[in-house]
Design a protein around this ligand. Structure first.
Ligand code: ASP
Length: 438
């Protein structure tokens, strides 16, 4: 029997109307057995997410401020959903308990996690599923890292006992019994962990967009949606700033080879985006799967005659970066030059130290730092099989009258990365998109 794990984001559970829609979606497919909810999100753009309201309460307690008014706003969100759904469920005892625990310093993560916990209780009641508290099935180790083995084992055993269950997202428990959350947006990770534990056929991740777009819609006007993307392509695009899914959410399901379907709660009929382990085909009119990019990079360029024959030169340069805890993005190099591309914010506080150390360590002829670089990744599994893709990318950029400052092609041939001046960023994205999509 087919099993789907369905995760609903905060905007999909922001109010009673969305709860009704979510229940409809779950009931429409018998395979949707395990549900992972987020906390109620924004109902309108100026609204505040419940998670943020809980963080605020925590801060207020720390500053010895009275939280009565702030906490009652949170209670109102939940009570409003319950009463509008016509549920005969009294959540006041739970709310009281949470407030007291927060006042007794149960921690920042505990406070934040209650957004998912309370929403999960309501959703389970509303759709008639069992409630399985994440604190009983998601475990962290002593050092704070996620305990994959224990979680997988215990979650699998527990969920076998339930035909249908709601498991709140975002948190788990540490060995000393305190609640710990994943990083922000972490309900995506919970969904992925549940999908792996029950060996799901599909992990459906319901949100408020109909899948991944080929490029950032804030830069390009209504870019096309991606139908199918591989895990590797997605990693490349997310790394360069494309967001819809939490970065770490990919690993548990990727490991188990379970596909993810990004779906739109408000338009359930849209196919959304399928994220799959491997795709042997691609749309021949769409060699490119997506384009993503970011500003805020710097290039440190080191020149030295005969660098090429100096064994260990590269290692010594990189050791200086390592000592200063700077991770590098790319290493374009020439015969007598080596450039290291890093995020500007990583070097901001250590510029002088870094240059001095490099100076002393490798004694270069010249060394310079140039800021204001934007990187753009053009990603597509179709590129491996199609000749001339790089030429088309570079031609499109040059036709847009943009100077390319750096080029790097990943060895998997899955991506081409170009660096341009930040001021040319939007123009370059548009030029590449238009070349391949329009
Ligand atoms: N509610 C949490 C957040 O706002 C986790 C999530 O929604 O995935 O980050």
């Amino acid at each position: 029997m087919e099993v789907k794990v369905v995760k609903f984001g905060g905007s999909s559970l922001a109010d009673a109307e969305h709860f009704r829609q979510v229940a409809k979606i779950i009931k429409a497919d018998d395979a949707r057995k395990f549900v992972v909810p987020s906390a109620p999100g924004k109902r309108f753009s100026a609204d505040i997410k419940v998670t943020d309201m809980l963080y605020k309460c925590y801060e207020m307690i720390k500053n010895n401020e009275n939280i009565d008014e702030q906490f009652s706003k949170i209670a109102d969100r939940y009570n409003g959903i319950i009463s509008e759904l016509g549920l005969s469920f009294d959540i006041s005892g739970e709310l009281e308990y949470v407030k007291n625990a927060m006042l007794h310093h149960s921690g920042r993560d505990y406070a934040a996690s209650r957004g998912e916990y309370l929403n999960g209780l309501i959703l389970a009641k509303y759709i008639g599923f069992d409630f399985v508290d994440a604190e009983n099935v998601i475990f962290f180790k002593e050092d704070g890292t996620f305990d994959e083995d224990k979680t997988n084992r215990e979650m699998r055993d527990e969920l076998k006992r339930h035909r249908h269950a709601v498991i709140p997202g975002f948190y788990g428990i540490t060995p000393n019994g305190t609640i710990k959350t994943f990083s922000r947006g972490g309900s995506d990770i919970t969904g992925s962990i549940v999908a792996r534990a029950v060996d799901a056929d599909l992990y459906e991740n319901w949100t408020d967009v109909s899948g991944f777009m080929m490029a950032d819609p804030r830069i390009l006007d209504t870019p096309c949606t991606i139908d199918t993307i591989t895990y590797s392509e997605l990693r490349e695009l997310s790394y360069m700033g494309a967001t819809v899914l939490h970065d770490e959410a990919i690993f548990p399901v990727r490991y188990a080879g379970i596909p993810i379907n990004i779906k739109n709660t408000n338009r359930p009929e849209d196919p959304g985006t399928m994220i799959v382990p491997h795709a042997h085909t691609y749309d021949h009119d769409r060699i490119i799967t997506g384009i993503a990019g970011r500003k805020g990079y710097s290039v440190i360029t080191i020149e030295k005659d005969m660098m090429n024959s100096e064994i260990g030169f590269g290692r010594r340069v990189l050791e200086v970066f390592e000592e200063n805890e700077i991770s590098f993005e790319h290493l374009p190099s020439g015969v007598d030059t080596m450039s290291v591309v890093v995020e500007t914010k990583q070097i901001d506080d250590v510029r002088d130290r870094l240059l001095n150390r490099l100076q002393r360590t490798v004694r270069p002829d010249t060394i310079s730092i140039e800021d204001g670089l934007a990187l753009i990744a053009v990603v597509g599994r179709g590129m491996v099989k199609t000749k001339g893709t790089a030429a088309r990318v570079f031609d499109a950029i040059s036709d847009a009258d943009v100077n390319i400052k750096m080029i790097d092609q990943g060895s998997s041939e899955l991506n081409i990365i170009v660096g341009v001046e930040e001021g040319d960023f939007e123009r370059t994205m548009k030029a590449i998109y238009d070349e391949f999509v329009k």
